[in-house]
Write a protein that binds this ligand. Structure first.
Ligand SMILES: Cc1cc2nc3c(=O)[nH]c(=O)nc-3n(C[C@H](O)[C@H](O)[C@H](O)COP(=O)(O)OP(=O)(O)OC[C@H]3O[C@@H](n4cnc5c(N)ncnc54)[C@H](O)[C@@H]3O)c2cc1C
Length: 560
């Protein structure tokens, strides 16, 4: 058994920033990651990171935009803290070595992003996430810590409301291992793979969120799922909002710039939920294009000129050429919305603390909540760094005074015995088939527009798939790199999370932000200005609600 004071699970931006903070506070830190740190999904972020810098912009405008973008479900104390930290965070990343794009006068270049009152998205061409991840990884590399690479978290050890450590599967060694810890920070990232049509990497399966839920943590606002308006047609690869920020425009099959009907003031740069619904409506009303890979609209960049497209959106050009066989310099890009971001996650306070002592969470898998019902583009890279650091500081402080963790050999046995049964049985359910059925169910019944009948059907189907899961069969008998086993673990996690999304969406009889109910089209502040909390029970998620925190901004109707 290994022992550390603080264990950070996840080595994307949130996990690395948490680890750095805990190391700087003088603790013995381990980082556990199922991927090489630089392969974390943070590295796929294209468009940029928000900070109100310079005289023309203000932190207050950033706060207001975020509150409005959240459809007034974001906690305003957390949003205020978050936006104030933005400037220092970006400057710190620059000092860590991130090379951002710059304007002609040498200052940090900024681009316009959806729902923002000012162009405040700082970027490194269209590979901002990778630039940040590399800068932070280099900085972390100057510190002393232990890295458990290609280890998959499978369980938390929690007794008497307190965390004692984790259990993880070592892919290379082929064994389940225990790591005792006084504090655990979960930074395991997104769970977009619950859906089939998603911009998220294959690794985005929400393991930490499901493991925390199983251990008794509250999951918050799980029904709020962001669909990005512009995912490349066949593959679902993201075409960054930066493409519209640089002047790209959306057109329907009649050649109309249709966003003038839905957001007359800001057009293509309305917030993501608004633009995604507009595209779905255009297509549903017969004004989309139709092709072998489904219906779509066009995103045009041709009028921007080759030089601008090639310098600002180089990766997008490569994606379009390699995955759609088109050249966006001279041709329109076929796009349709795809799942992109989860507003919900492990419920935490501003310091990353959960309802379990010694358990902290940060990044996309956590819900503070600053994004409320809808996240603004450029706010989540910032979230990983701001709240990753807070969680690291809080985890270090907790570890300083917490008693020694107690791990029992029975903890490991209890986890491993049922998993061994998956490999020992002669036949059973194929994890890949279960995953695909879950994904098509979520795409079809729990998508952009929702209604009671669809959600009930979706829930019935997800529960039926979940009921088959205990009979899952791991065919591969390999000791090392048994990806069949890790696939099965991931499907089990995602099924739990899918259920919390549908149950939350069914219960919330209003439309707010990304949660659009055709049978309840209005926002209902009197009943629903509150966070959904889901806690695991043998019968499925049990829901309760908590109030939204206000400071200065009264709820108003949200128009763009
Ligand atoms: C294509 C794309 C583009 C985006 N563009 C932008 C953008 O321009 N601006 C913006 O603000 N946001 C953007 N986002 C969102 C943003 O990138 C993410 O929300 C953020 O990077 C998530 O960071 P994270 O540290 O929480 O998770 P990740 O970076 O996903 O890291 C998760 C880590 O957890 C580890 N892990 C997962 N499960 C386990 C397990 N069981 N055991 C051990 N380790 C585990 C992984 O190995 C990984 O290291 C984008 C997202 C996508 C998908």
């Amino acid at each position: 058994m290994q022992r550390h004071e603080v264990v950070v699970v996840g080595a994307g931006l949130a996990g690395q920033r948490a680890a750095l903070a805990a190391i700087q506070a003088g603790r013995d830190v381990a980082v556990v990651s199922k991927l090489h740190p630089l392969r974390s999904h943070s590295g796929a972020a294209q468009g940029g990171i928000n900070a109100a810098l310079g005289k023309e912009d203000s932190v207050d405008t950033h706060i207001y935009d975020t509150v409005k973008g959240s459809d007034y479900l974001g906690d305003q104390d957390a949003i205020e803290f978050f936006c104030r930290e933005a400037g220092p965070t970006v400057v710190e990343m620059e000092h860590f070595g991130t090379i951002f794009s710059r304007g002609d006068d040498g200052s940090l270049a900024r681009r316009a992003f959806g729902g923002a009152g000012f162009p405040r998205t700082i970027y490194a061409a269209d590979r901002t996430g990778l630039a940040l991840l590399q800068g932070l990884w280099e900085r972390l590399g100057t510190e002393r810590f232990t890295l458990y690479e290609e280890w998959d978290l499978t369980d938390l050890v929690v007794r008497d409301g307190r965390v004692h450590g984790i259990i993880a599967f070592d892919r290379k060694g082929g064994d389940f291992e225990e790591i005792a810890a006084k504090s655990v920070v979960l930074a395991t990232g997104p769970f977009g793979r619950v859906y089939g049509r998603t911009t998220n990497a294959h690794s985005c399966t929400g393991d930490g969120v499901a493991v925390a839920y199983a251990a008794g943590a509250y999951l918050k606002d799980m029904e709020f799922v962001q669909f990005h308006p512009t995912a490349l047609l066949e593959s679902g690869i993201l075409i960054t909002e930066g493409a519209r920020g640089e002047g790209g425009i959306l057109k329907n099959a009649a050649g109309e710039r249709f966003m003038s009907r839905y957001a007359p003031h800001v057009l293509d740069l309305a917030s993501r939920d608004v633009v995604s619904r507009a595209i779905v409506t255009e297509v549903a009303e017969g004004r989309g294009f139709d092709g072998p890979f489904g219906k779509y609209v066009h995103l045009e960049l041709m009028h921007l000129g080759k030089e601008k497209v090639m310098s600002r959106l180089q990766e997008i050009v490569d994606y379009c050429r390699n995955f759609a066989g088109i050249d966006p310099v001279t041709e329109p890009i076929p796009v349709y919305p795809g799942q992109h971001y989860m507003m919900g996650g492990i419920g935490t306070d501003i310091r990353g603390a959960t309802n379990i002592r010694g358990l902290f969470a940060a990044g996309e898998g956590a819900c503070v909540s600053i994004h409320g019902a809808n996240r603004l583009g450029g706010n989540s890279l910032l979230e990983t760094l701001v709240f990753g650091k807070e969680a690291g500081i809080a985890a270090a402080a907790h570890a300083e005074t917490a008693p020694k963790p107690e791990m029992h050999s029975a903890d490991l046995d209890a986890v491993v015995a049922p998993l061994r049964a998956w490999s020992n049985r002669k036949d059973g359910e194929d994890p890949t088939a279960l995953r695909e059925e879950m994904q098509t169910t979520m795409d079809r019944y729990v998508g952009i527009y929702r209604n009671e009948a669809d959600l009930l059907e979706g829930l019935k189907r997800i529960r039926a798939i979940k009921a088959r899961f205990p009979n899952v069969h791991v065919v591969d008998q390999s000791h090392v790199y048994n990806l069949n086993l890790t696939d099965a673990l991931e499907v089990g996690h995602m099924l739990e999370l899918a259920e919390t999304i549908v149950v939350g969406a069914y219960a919330r009889t209003e439309s707010r932000g990304a949660h659009a109910r055709t049978d309840y089209p209005k926002r209902d502040d009197a009943r629903w200005m509150r966070h959904t909390l889901a806690q695991k029970t043998p019968q499925g998620p049990s829901l309760s609600y908590s109030p939204v925190t206000y400071t200065r901004w009264e709820p108003k109707e949200r128009v763009y």
